[in-house]
Design a protein around this ligand. Structure first.
Ligand SMILES: O=C(O)CC1=CCC(=O)O1
Length: 96
């Protein structure tokens, strides 16, 4: 199942810089591992915002929930999920 996910990150200003840096490094490793596995298909920075648009390809809602709640930055994020399905006019083979 494909999901479009918007993640807005809001790290508190009073979080020590070293702690923030460590969480961001863990977030990057977590994300890149999921990208290599094919579950996190795309990630795009939203210009001018500390936010991203991502596409996930997972088995079901439960798997997506587990991935998102496992994000090291999860507690500092606002997340919006939109389920996707193939458009009947699509000419792309990888839209499902
Ligand atoms: O910087 C972000 O948009 C948050 C994030 C998600 C995965 C990652 O590496 O950073």
């Amino acid at each position: 199942m494909l999901f479009h996910v918007r993640m807005d990150v809001n790290i508190p200003r009073d979080l020590p810089q070293a702690e923030a840096g460590e969480i961001i490094a863990r977030e990057k490793a977590y994300s890149q591992e999921l990208q290599r596995s094919g579950k996190w298909r795309h990630i795009w920075r939203i210009a001018g915002e500390y936010a991203n648009y991502s596409i996930f390809d997972v088995k079901d809602n439960e798997e997506l929930h587990a991935i998102l709640t496992g994000l090291p930055l999860f507690k500092f994020m606002t997340i919006k999920v939109t389920p996707l399905l193939r458009h009947p006019s699509s000419i792309r083979d990888d839209d499902t």
